[in-house]
Design a binder for this molecule. Structure first.
Ligand code: HEC
Length: 114
């Protein structure tokens, strides 16, 4: 039992040493987005590109924007609308990367009611 505190300090030191290394961090925008929100990376994408019409909760409905809280589309169908557009919804394939579209689609799932 007497060795336990020593082990604790050694472990704590090793953990803090790992945290201080820069080796494993996400880079660029992703890092900034995660640092800014500490949420899903798609949240930053949403706030920058979608909130203006859909609103921060998904139900603003500006210029006929569909209510994302009540959407009956599957996640794949949403990715299709985001990528290729539909009526008043512009295509985003030239604005966002495929990864960002996946992230923002995952984020809008969290806005959905129930
Ligand atoms: C210029 C305004 C505008 C912006 C910006 C916009 N949307 Fe839309 N969105 C619309 C409109 C309008 C519709 C309804 C299209 C229709 O009637 O077919 C829509 C529909 C959708 C749908 C289909 C929902 C359903 O249930 O039918 C999804 C999903 C969606 N938008 C996600 C997004 C995401 C994610 C972004 C950001 C990457 C975004 N939209 C940005 C206007 C916008």
């Amino acid at each position: 039992m007497a060795r336990l505190p020593v082990l604790f300090f050694v472990t704590a030191f090793l953990i803090s040493a790992c945290n201080n290394s820069n080796g494993n961090r996400p880079s660029g925008n992703q890092q900034a987005a995660q640092a800014a929100t500490n949420e899903l990376p798609g949240q930053a994408v949403y706030q920058k590109n979608c909130k203006i019409c859909h609103g921060s909760k998904g139900d603003l409905g500006l210029s006929g924007a569909a209510n994302l809280r009540k959407s009956t589309l599957t996640p794949d169908e949403k990715i299709g609308v985001i990528t290729f557009g539909r009526n008043g919804m512009a295509p985003h394939k030239d604005i966002l990367t495929a990864e960002e579209i996946d992230q923002v689609a995952a984020y809008i799932e969290t806005l959905h009611d129930e």
